[in-house]
Design a protein around this ligand. Structure first.
Ligand code: FE2
Length: 380
């Protein structure tokens, strides 16, 4: 049996923040980073929680939230006798809030804390997913948590919070959106429900990412990218991802390449691999993944005389977007040396194949296949 559900109440529109006024008599904690705190945004959010008994701000969130931070957050939550957590920020703030609430629940300390996610980047989709990633810095390992209890109760989608994101962050996070939706679309678990979400996410992201990158003040482009991010999050929450994320997690863990950027660099090579171009599939009998990619190519207005030509057009289109957004397309451009790469290559290949995301990739991959995909980036 396949099931599909969305627990999170998604609030959008210019008055979406009104939800914050509905927690009368509750103790609230805002989980955020020091930037959101110092810029006054966290205080503005706190002021909107009219009626709340008490609002405190926990602004210690850092990128790639470590286990110690979750423990610190937990004692803050318990100390404040928290009823509702408002996670304000990018994926790190939302993931840290999710992990902390789950820890409160699993430890038996408190099991009824509501979560309101307010994303300030358009990328992770964390506001609607049952995933969170926390890091063990000592071991250099990232732990993905997967639990329906991690799903936020509310997601407030306010594009004005994204306007200040610089072009580099806009491009990196935007390519994460495109990768989420494309991987969900070709996932072995894809179904009509996830397809509808992925298609809309892709149609919005391919149209509006270039506009949001060129002009961060373009509120329509910001709004559409925010929506695309949320839709793509719903899609992959239902049907998971693929080997693009499996390998990107390694590039992030080993070389600290930002997550969305690592995905972007891999995309042309992973599409080529998944579509099986040059591996015996003819234009008359294209691979199932090629047929899926071709339909996305057609949807965004690309043309080609057959399925494989459409896949190539999609690859070229994405490669052009990488260039136009000055996104690296090789490890050298991402400041990784050949020596550093060679030293960890085998371990990366092994870990990519074991990554949970790789399980739903449309084409099974061997170590040699991952090596081949990586070799597309390994040019010095
Ligand atoms: Fe991602």
């Amino acid at each position: 049996m396949q099931t599909f559900f969305i627990k999170t109440k998604v609030c959008s529109g210019s008055d979406a923040m009104q939800v914050l006024g509905t927690f009368a008599g509750k103790n609230a904690v805002i989980f955020t980073d020091s930037f959101m705190s110092q810029s006054g945004t966290a205080a503005k959010i706190a002021a909107m929680m009219t009626g709340a008994r008490n609002v405190r701000i926990f602004d210690a969130i850092k990128p790639d939230p470590p286990i110690e931070l979750i423990a610190e957050g937990l004692s803050f939550l318990l100390d404040a006798d928290t009823d509702v957590v408002v996670a304000l920020g990018g994926g790190s703030s939302i993931d840290a809030a999710k992990a902390t609430i789950l820890m409160a629940k699993r430890s038996g300390a408190k099991d009824n804390i509501a979560l309101v996610a307010i994303p300030t980047t358009s990328g992770t989709g964390s506001e609607v997913t049952s995933f969170a990633v926390i890091t063990d810095r000592e071991k250099g390992v990232k732990y993905p948590l997967v639990d329906e209890a991690l799903l936020p109760d509310y997601a407030i989608m306010d594009p004005s919070l994204v306007v200040s994101a610089p072009p580099r962050i806009t491009a990196d996070t935007g390519f994460d959106v495109i990768t989420h939706a494309l991987e969900a679309y070709v996932s072995t678990a894809a179904n009509d429900y996830s397809d509808a979400l992925a298609e809309k996410a892709l149609s919005l992201a391919f149209q509006y990412l270039p506009l949001a990158y060129k002009n961060g003040e373009d509120l329509l482009a910001r709004e559409k990218m925010h929506t695309a991010s949320c839709l793509a999050g719903m899609a992959f929450n239902a049907v998971s991802l693929g080997i693009n994320h499996g390998i990107a997690h390694q590039l992030g863990a080993r070389f600290h390449i930002p997550h969305g950027r690592a995905n972007a660099m891999l995309l042309p090579h992973v599409i080529r691999f998944n579509a099986g171009l040059g591996t015996g599939y003819s234009s008359a009998a294209a691979s199932p993944a090629a047929v899926r990619y071709a339909s996305i190519a057609r949807m965004i207005g690309l043309s080609g005389y057959n399925t494989n030509a459409l896949v190539l057009a999609l690859i070229r289109h994405i490669s052009r977007m990488l260039k136009e957004t000055q996104t690296p397309s090789t490890l050298r451009e991402a400041a990784v040396t050949r020596e550093a790469y060679e030293a960890v290559k085998d371990a990366m290949i092994d870990a990519s194949l074991k990554d949970a995301c790789t399980a739903t990739n449309p084409r099974p991959a061997s170590a040699q296949d991952v090596d081949d995909i990586l070799s597309g980036l390994a040019r010095w």
